[in-house]
Design a binder for this molecule. Sequence first.
Ligand SMILES: [Zn+2]
Ligand SMILES: [Zn+2]
Length: 238
Amino acid sequence: MQRLAIDLHIHSALSPCGEEEMTPNNIVNMAMIKELDFIAVTDHNTGKNLPAVMAVAKEIGEGICILPGIEVATKEEAHVLAYFPTLEGAMELDEILYKHLPNIMNRKERFGPQTIMDKDDNIIGEVDKLLINATDIGIDRLWDIVTAIGGVIVPAHIDRKSYSLISALGFIPPALGIKTCEVSKNEPIEGIKERFLFFKDYQFIHGSDAHQLEDIAERKYFLDLMDMRRINLIRYLG
Ligand SMILES: [Zn+2]
Ligand SMILES: [Zn+2]
């Protein structure tokens, strides 16, 4: 077994609320400085910066592994992290999500730019629809879509009073087979487990939900995996 340091919830500059400093190179470099083993860049309802992040990690990110992910806002206004063993899987979900976002365009002066970058941090485009809106995909449907592509879903910041599956539904739909939930980085997992009786059926991980570089997690949240293959992490999570 290997003890691997993780932060599986990081936003890039593509999320309107993500700082402009959250470029693919800056994120990978900061994760290396912090000696993380596994990170996931999980923008709101899009994966369009994942190709750049993964290309950067391949080029300079020695010892660091990127898990392709997206933070999906479901119809219930719950934020749910979707992770995939491959970039292709994440991009398949990206395409579906775009079609299921409302036709409301981003106003960048109000919400911030939604910047798509290449592996050299050059701006190569923008997403036109506002990404922080909820999609019209319900949690049950999302489960079906993500698992059909070979991914897993992890409800995000389950401790929060807004935009979490618990704040939206009051429970985790047992039929879905969710195994892991994420809690905010400063929330002790032991305390969370006592909050609801049904939490005993789940395992919990911490995520930073970083929107700026300094908020990327320190090397203090660990998972034990056989090795650093993405598929092992996917199997652990789901
Ligand atoms: Zn969120
Ligand atoms: Zn987030």
